[in-house]
Design a protein around this ligand. Structure first.
Ligand SMILES: [Zn+2]
Length: 114
């Protein structure tokens, strides 16, 4: 069984900033919350995720940068909680679908029509 403490995979990048892969963050969320997420179940955990998305939407209407940042953190935390329940690696999924280009037009920046 893999147990990783949340501080173990936060390390400094080139400019001294904190860096963490999405997959590492997802493992940290699993370590902290999986026992609670699995007890709650997929449907209720997904509901909590959508609640956080709505809260992010409300925060975006404010000028409170700290509040907006906090809601982004909550959204990705709950997103990874849902992913953990269905054994999806969010980082792998993102790389598979998006890589370095738009998945539809295969360009970066995207050239799709609005
Ligand atoms: Zn495109």
């Amino acid at each position: 069984m893999l147990h990783i403490l949340n501080t173990a995979h936060v390390f400094s990048g080139n400019k001294g900033e904190k860096v963490m892969h999405i997959s590492e963050f997802q493992r940290v969320m699993r370590h902290i919350y999986f026992h609670r997420d699995s007890k709650r179940g997929i449907e209720e955990t997904f509901d909590r995720f959508t609640d956080e998305v709505k809260e992010l939407g409300q925060a975006l209407r404010s000028d409170d940068t700290k509040e907006i940042e906090g809601e982004f953190a909550d959204v990705i935390a709950w997103l990874t909680s849902v992913a953990n329940l269905v054994n999806v690696d969010v980082e792998e999924s993102v790389l598979e679908k998006y890589g370095n280009v738009c998945p539809r037009c295969k360009h970066s920046p995207c050239k799709c029509a609005f």
